[in-house]
Design a protein. Structure first.
Length: 431
């Protein structure tokens, strides 16, 4: 059966509608930036260079404990998920990598999955293990924990699952494993905090030893949920301690939704950069808890401030600075592909704006204790409309000037609805 695909020619054709306008805006912005001795071409090249991984679980609709409202034409297996990831990549050109979740995406034939991905310009980023759910064929339950469970047999089972993720990832060409565990308690006294952390390290040391030479392991902290009283790996400090104890291949992954409300996440990023232990990110946004909303949709200034720390480190060539950028979102009410495209665009926007910061003026204001000047330097960059740069970067990379417009005009979702009749309610999202 012919699979519906958005053709490059269709994208080029649609771009014609907006090309002239974007070129005009681009030239105008070029002149404005020239007045500040900023060469717009550098920024456009930077925009073309930023790469973000898509979560395989992000191309299906997500839900909450209350409900999930499936979308017709959702992917039914990992191959259809890659088709959708390839469509996002085709239109925004900044998402050539996919992060898989095992066993949700466990491939029967990893080598053929790798070929399928490569034929669509995709490669695999960090693998994600899952010891927060019980699989039907699983011997021991993770109800009371996994890598920190009081029963050594459960810990062993969880360690073996993580090692299996590494083995699958090695065939797929991945170079990292992300370990997020739900381990924690709902009641005071349920867990012994020090014993639980010792068991975590003990288990992680076995996983660490199984890492191939050029692999990394990303430790993902989270304040709460699904445990609602205590979580073993609850904050960046605990994660940092563990990454340091494990060794140079271990580092700390920052999921923007995994902190208490109003925590200064850009400060945590600056700390982990300085300590040489920033693994990377699960970008998303939130208003209250781990809402997994679209990146930049609620707190765009925070996203800019995070990229301000990242660009500052990039320009200072801080040692061990090689962060992995991934999205980790749950699309409950939008077309997941539209949300992923919009979020990828918002990351590139924050990155380019962060490159617009006048770092000399900022340092001067900081050293001269001029807070208002410092803030205004950042605000100048954050309030700069870089849309012409983002659109031009996409177009030069063979993508769409207006990805959402091209996607909607293409009829892709309708095409997939016909191609993917849902035999039964499928769940490609988190829930
Ligand atoms: C936990 C988390 C983790 C994933 C899961 C889908 O909240 O952020 O990164 O494994 O979401
Ligand atoms: Mn995450």
């Amino acid at each position: 059966m012919k699979h519906f695909e958005i053709e490059d020619a269709f994208i080029a054709d649609q771009n014609l509608k907006a090309k002239e306008e974007v070129a005009e805006d681009y030239d105008h912005l070029a002149n404005k930036l020239q007045r500040k001795n900023i060469d717009i071409e550098n920024l456009t090249a930077k925009a073309q260079g930023l790469q973000v991984a898509i979560p395989s679980w992000g191309v299906g609709t997500g839900g909450t404990r209350f409900a999930r409202f499936p979308l017709q034409g959702e992917p039914r297996d990992v191959y259809e998920k890659l088709e959708d990831c390839a469509t996002v990549y085709k239109l925004v050109r900044s998402t050539p990598a996919v992060s898989l979740h095992i066993p949700w995406d466990k491939p029967d034939d990893p080598a053929s999955l790798r070929r399928f991905a490569r034929e669509r310009g995709l490669h695999f980023d960090a693998m994600n293990s899952n010891t927060f759910q019980d699989q039907t064929d699983q011997e021991l339950s993770y109800k009371f924990g996994s890598l920190t469970h009081p029963d050594a047999a459960v810990r062993r089972q969880a360690v073996e699952h993580n090692i299996e993720c590494i083995e699958i990832g090695t065939v797929l060409g991945s170079k990292a494993l992300t370990v997020w565990i739900a381990d924690g308690g709902n009641f005071p006294g349920q867990l012994h905090p020090r014993r639980a952390l010792e068991r975590y390290l003990e288990s992680m040391q076995v996983i660490y030893k199984a890492l191939p030479e050029n692999w990394r392991v990303f430790l993902e902290h989270k304040l709460y949920e699904p445990a609602f009283y205590s979580t073993v790996i609850n904050d960046w400090g605990t994660s940092y301690y563990c990454a340091r104890e494990l060794g140079s291949k271990a580092a700390c992954l920052v999921d923007l939704g995994h902190h208490a409300p109003n925590v200064n996440i850009e400060m945590i990023v600056a700390r982990l950069i300085q300590l040489g232990k920033l693994a990377g990110f699960h970008f998303n946004d939130s208003k209250y808890g781990d809402d997994d909303l679209d990146a930049g949709s609620i707190k765009p200034f925070q996203l800019f401030l995070v990229f301000n720390e990242l660009v500052d480190a990039e320009l200072c060539s801080v040692p061990y600075f090689d962060p992995a950028y991934m999205l980790d979102q749950s699309h409950n009410v939008t077309d997941p592909l539209e949300s992923l495209m919009m979020s990828a665009v918002e990351l590139t926007r924050a990155y380019v704006q962060a490159h617009l910061v006048d770092r000399q003026a900022l340092t001067e204001a900081q050293e001269k204790c001029d807070p208002l000047k410092a803030l205004s330097v950042l605000k100048d960059a954050f309030t700069s409309d870089v849309a012409p740069i983002l659109a031009t970067a996409r177009e030069r990379s063979g993508g769409a000037i207006d990805p959402i417009q091209v996607y909607r005009t293409s009829g892709y979702r309708k095409g997939k609805r016909e191609e993917r009749p849902a035999a039964h309610p499928v769940s490609a999202g988190i829930v």
